[in-house]
Design a binder for this molecule. Structure first.
Ligand code: CO
Length: 188
């Protein structure tokens, strides 16, 4: 986001610079070539602004950030996935300082009805598999297991989710799923 915002700012600044240049330039009748060039630069800058604005709109709608901490909590009970997004990225941040072996967190997304069974199998999968049974087809997506200030991501193909489906997200670290869970909803 910050990157895109600074791109917009840069593009907007260059647009402003062009406008000022145009205003300061001699009357168009005297130097039509120079004026046309300035106008072209301005329209290029305007196109950049439009492009950057589009990128922001898509980017901000198709991502969610979830924080987790040393108190075994997520900071949200809901992940809303925009149906207009092709792909949706969920970033998980661990804001604590405990290592993943002690207070590891991940995000696993399944159908709500698969959650309990997936959690059972996750426990035996072990930390080396991020507490997710390898090749578990019930798992729609999951992040790595992280601890101690780390950050990770998963990407959903939105087409894989039914619009009226009941989906859950949870941490599959042993004992965490009962507290660390929420719903995933596809919304307009
Ligand atoms: Co956890």
């Amino acid at each position: 986001m910050k990157l895109y915002l600074s791109l917009i700012t840069a593009a907007a600044l260059s647009l402003t610079a062009c406008s000022q240049q145009e205003a300061a330039a001699p009357a168009p009748a005297q130097e039509p070539a120079a004026s046309a060039e300035v106008a072209e630069q301005a329209s290029e800058a305007a196109a950049e602004v439009t492009e950057a604005a589009d990128a922001v709109a898509v980017d901000s709608e198709c991502v969610a950030v979830v924080e987790s901490n040393d108190a075994m909590q997520f900071n949200t009970r809901e992940i809303l996935v925009k149906s207009s997004c092709e792909q949706f990225t969920v970033t998980l941040k661990h804001t604590g300082s405990l290592p993943k072996e002690a207070m590891g967190h991940n995000i696993v997304i399944t159908k709500a009805s698969d959650k309990d069974d997936v959690l059972k199998d996750a426990t035996t999968a072990g930390v080396e598999h991020d507490y997710v049974k390898p090749n578990d087809e019930r798992v729609i997506a999951h992040t790595d297991l992280i601890g101690d200030g780390a950050e990770t991501q998963l990407t959903l193909n939105v087409a894989d989710l039914a619009k009226d489906g009941d989906y859950a997200f949870f941490c599959s670290f042993p004992g965490h799923g009962a507290l660390m869970n929420g719903v995933v909803k596809v919304v307009d």
